[in-house]
Design a protein around this ligand. Structure first.
Ligand SMILES: CC(C)(COP(=O)(O)OP(=O)(O)OC[C@H]1O[C@@H](n2cnc3c(N)ncnc32)[C@H](O)[C@@H]1OP(=O)(O)O)[C@@H](O)C(=O)NCCC(=O)NCCS
Length: 162
């Protein structure tokens, strides 16, 4: 008997070199670009688009109508939503633009757009659009500093002697 370790809908379209870890789900009609990684227990529902090079960490939840760009990082257990007043009959997806970083356990409100190379801190609750190139933190999420500063912090962190 074949061991089933994840479920990918037969009409989902997977690009080249897509890696899907254990117990992940990919729904009907969803399109996944090249070199995408989908971590274990991630739920990528139907009618979702994910651009190439994006990393979806374990336990991420991505509902129908979500649009995710290229080279996005979705941290562990991040939750995108699509229904502001559940269970309503009207859904609206979240859009995450290229190069954005979504921290662990962040939650994004239905219909919100996270701009190019924006960063959402771990645990943030994002209720409004996030401008491109900005870092937002907190509940509700507010702009804290810029992506340029974030990149400088990353470099400093990587270069610091431990
Ligand atoms: C957004 C982030 C980069 C900020 O880190 P930082 O710039 O080093 O921030 P600092 O730790 O210097 O903290 C600065 C201030 O912001 C607060 N802060 C830091 N992270 C916060 C967060 N996620 N939510 C709310 N406040 C936060 C700190 O308490 C501090 O407040 P204070 O000035 O009142 O003391 C970091 O918190 C984050 O979320 N990183 C992503 C981690 C992640 O999800 N990784 C996934 C892979 S495992």
């Amino acid at each position: 008997m074949k061991k089933v370790t994840n479920f990918v809908s037969p009409d989902a379209k997977l690009g080249r070199n897509v890696r899907i870890w254990h117990f992940a789900y990919v729904g009907s009609g969803t399109v996944i670009g090249d070199n995408v990684k989908i971590g274990s227990l991630a739920h990528v529902d139907y009618d979702v688009k994910v651009g190439s090079g994006t990393m979806i960490e374990g336990s991420v939840y991505i509902p129908p109508m979500s649009r995710i760009g290229k080279n996005v990082f979705l941290g562990p257990a991040a939750v995108l939503t699509n229904d502001p007043y559940p269970p309503s009959k009207k859904m609206i997806g979240v859009t995450i633009e290229d190069g954005a970083v979504i921290g662990a356990r962040a939650v994004i409100k239905a219909g919100v757009r996270v701009g190019k190379r924006a960063v959402v801190a771990m645990g943030a609750v994002v209720t409004k659009d996030v401008p491109a190139g900005k870092v937002v933190m907190g509940v509700p999420a507010r702009v804290a500093y810029t992506r340029k500063e974030f990149d400088a912090k990353m470099k400093e962190w990587e270069n610091a002697r431990s």
